[in-house]
Design a protein. Structure first.
Length: 69
């Protein structure tokens, strides 16, 4: 409901009307070769639905750049 309210209040600033499911997150991140990933860029992190799982998968010496508006 939070996403939907935010969308109607600021439709240009909100990129989703519902949070991504954990199943979707797992599926999308399964394509990444985490052992080779040195830099990951996330555009539009929102409330961090993808950010936390990305951080959990990144190698300790890898970098994460998060770009938000």
């Amino acid at each position: 409901m939070m996403f939907l309210k935010g969308f109607f209040k600021h439709p240009v600033m909100v990129g989703a009307i519902a949070s991504s499911s954990q199943r979707l997150v797992r599926h999308m991140l399964s394509r990444v070769e985490w052992d080779k990933c040195e830099l990951f860029v996330e555009y539009g992190p929102g409330v961090g639905t993808f950010t936390r799982p990305i951080l959990e998968r990144l190698k300790p010496d890898a970098k994460l750049i998060v770009i938000d508006t």
